[in-house]
Every structure is written in C-alpha cells, then in structure tokens.
Design a protein around this ligand. Structure first.
Ligand code: ZN
Length: 350
C-alpha cells in the first residue's frame, strides 16, 4: 500500500504526464508578420519556428501540408439554388474519422480534393475540444473552403459552443495534448487563436447560422424567447460575431442581446428542439425565419435523426466517440442519412 500523496509518486506522475506526448506533432499556428508569416509548430515534442512566404504548402514535420493563409471576410447568411447539400457536426478532434466519412460519401477524393462540384458542405460547429486532432481539421476545412469555391461549391463552418468557449479562454474540455502545446508555446491555448493569428482571424469571421433554401442550420437551436427580439438571421450573425470574444470588447461586457445570443438560450447552447415540451414552439420559430426545418448538432444521437416529420434534423451522430459517424444529404429527391460505407437511408417521407 502506498499513500496517495507520496512525493515520489507525485513527481513520477508529473513526469509521466509530460512524457505521454513527448513525440507529438501539432500546429502550425501561423501569424502574419513583416516577412510574410511566422509559423510556430511542434515536431516530435519540440517547438520549431519557420518563416513562410509561400501560401500553398509548408513542410510540417517532414510531410507537406496544404494551407490556405488568405484572411477571410464574413460570408453570406442566405443561399438558394438547386445544388446538393451535405451536413455533419461535432467533430471534436476526430479528424481521421471525418476524412473517412467525407471520402466514403464522395465529397472528397482519396487525396482530400473536393469532388462535390457545386454542392455545399455544412459543418454545424464543435470542431474544438475532446479529441486530439483539432488543428488538423481547422486547417483542412479552411483549405477546403477555398477549393470548393473554385468549383462553384461551398464549405460553411458554423460556430459551436466549443469554438466560442476556447476563444473566450474556457479550456475545460481541451485534450491533454493541447495543454502540452500551450506550455511549449509559452502561452494559454486560446492565445494560439488570437485575432492576429491566421486561424483566429478565420474563426472570428464565421457565422453562427445560415439558411440554404428552406433549411436553417445552426449548432444548438433557437429558444422561443428569441422571438422577443426583432431580429433576422443576418442580424444574429452580425451581433454574435461582433460580441464573440468578451475580452476583446471595449466595454469587456456583452450587450443585452449579445448576452442572450451567447447564453444558454442562444443558438449555440439551446437543446430544446429535442424536448417534447418545446415542440409547440417550433412552428412560430420556423415561421419567423420563413423556413421548413432546423438542422442542428450539439445534442448527440447514434445516427443522423429526424423529428416531427423532418421539421428538426439532428446531425450530431456521435463522431466524438471516435468509432463512426454519419452525414446528412439533401438532394432533389429527398433527405438521406449516409454512413461510413457510403450507404444511404431515407430520413423521412418527403
Ligand atoms: Zn455543442
């Protein structure tokens, strides 16, 4: 028997936690500077810094990594047209699983190139936290946005509560690997996504809600109290974005509407779409935004699911567990869920 506070064991466990990720790779974390860009990265557990002039690819710990470093302006809130749409959510650091899912369903090819033509890919938030491959997904999706646009398609990455938590310094759900990164970079993890970093600038340009044809996509859901405010989807994006990082506001405090939108009844936290008691609130909310359905992540299910004959679709298929996941397909002939083998099942009668 040993005592829990045996100093030798304490030292040993601290040493073990430092060596657990000793050979890990992470990054890059890139900042524009007068020479082009400075890239900080972790290779084999050691911090390295490079200056990059070339936009397209960098050598990342011995392999070539495709990057898009161009800074981004906010994109539109409303889209319409006869293109297919695919959606997934809550990747939570399971980058390899996301790639497998996108490949099996022919959104990208085996090399990660866009093959979905004029289609739109929607990710309804929560790339951050829990898993250990967050940076990989962020850089890949930023790059894929630009690739999709070349074909007339689009990638929409919407903010989830975990993006907003990390940007605001709430690091409770970080994978241990990122605690190591932060310590090697000698700054808090959220500062790796500061507004002068490439990824930080990109995240600060993101929407929290979009509408494609009659479908409204967001991370959590809308509480019926949203109806008290005379705002449309575009205003919601504008205010949400303007008040995204509380410490960056000159008042250091959000407005009343900003607090509502960022609070528990706001679009990134609310779960009411899956509660029977709040079912009656759906119709007025759909009417307010002239929509037929809400498509949301945040509340985990085993598969992509449909409720109330398709008025609500849940696309958080528990990718975070690291075993499997699903996509939602919206095509002319209906709504489908698609699995890791690319097999499609209709979600509800159209
Ligand atoms: Zn969430």
């Amino acid at each position: 028997m040993y005592h829990k506070s045996n100093p030798l064991l304490v030292i040993l466990s601290v040493l073990m936690s430092f060596t657990a990720f000793a050979g890990f790779n992470d990054g890059p974390y890139i900042y524009p500077d007068k020479n082009g860009y400075r890239a900080d990265l972790i290779c084999q557990g050691k911090k390295r810094t490079f200056v990059i002039k070339e936009h397209k690819a960098i050598d990342f710990c011995g392999r070539s990594m495709k990057l898009n470093l161009v800074s981004n302006a906010p994109t539109e809130t409303v889209y319409s047209g006869a293109f297919p749409v695919v959606a997934l959510s809550d990747i939570h650091g399971q980058h390899a699983l996301m790639m497998q899912l996108l490949k099996a369903n022919k959104i990208i090819d085996q090399n990660g190139n866009w093959i979905f033509g004029k289609g739109h890919l929607v990710i309804t938030g929560d790339i951050f936290d829990r898993g250990s491959q967050v940076t990989e997904s962020l850089w890949y999706i930023k790059w894929l946005e630009n690739e999709a646009a070349k074909f007339g398609g689009a990638v929409h990455f919407l903010l989830g509560n975990h993006e907003v938590m990390v940007l605001n310094g709430d690091l409770r759900y970080l994978h241990k690997k990122y605690e190591q990164t932060a310590s090697l970079m000698n700054k808090p993890f959220d500062q790796l996504f500061s507004k002068d970093s490439v990824l930080g600038q990109w995240l600060r340009s993101k929407n929290v809600v979009i509408k494609i044809n009659n479908n409204v996509f967001l991370h959590g859901g809308f509480h019926h109290e949203t109806l008290k405010y005379d705002i449309g989807l575009k205003d919601i994006n504008k205010i949400f974005r303007e008040e995204l990082v509380e410490q960056e506001l000159s008042s250091k405090k959000r407005s009343e509407l900003g607090q509502f939108l960022h609070g528990r009844k706001g679009p990134i936290w609310h779960r009411g779409f899956f509660s029977e008691e709040q079912k009656a609130q759906l119709a007025p909310l759909l009417a307010r935004f002239s929509a037929s359905r809400f498509i949301v992540g945040h509340t985990s299910h085993k598969t992509v699911i449909s409720r109330y004959n398709g008025k609500v679709i849940g696309v958080d298929s528990s990718i975070k567990l690291g075993h499997k996941g699903e996509l939602l397909f919206i095509e002319e002939d209906g709504y489908w869920r698609a699995d890791m083998q690319g097999k499609r099942t209709p979600l509800f009668a159209k």
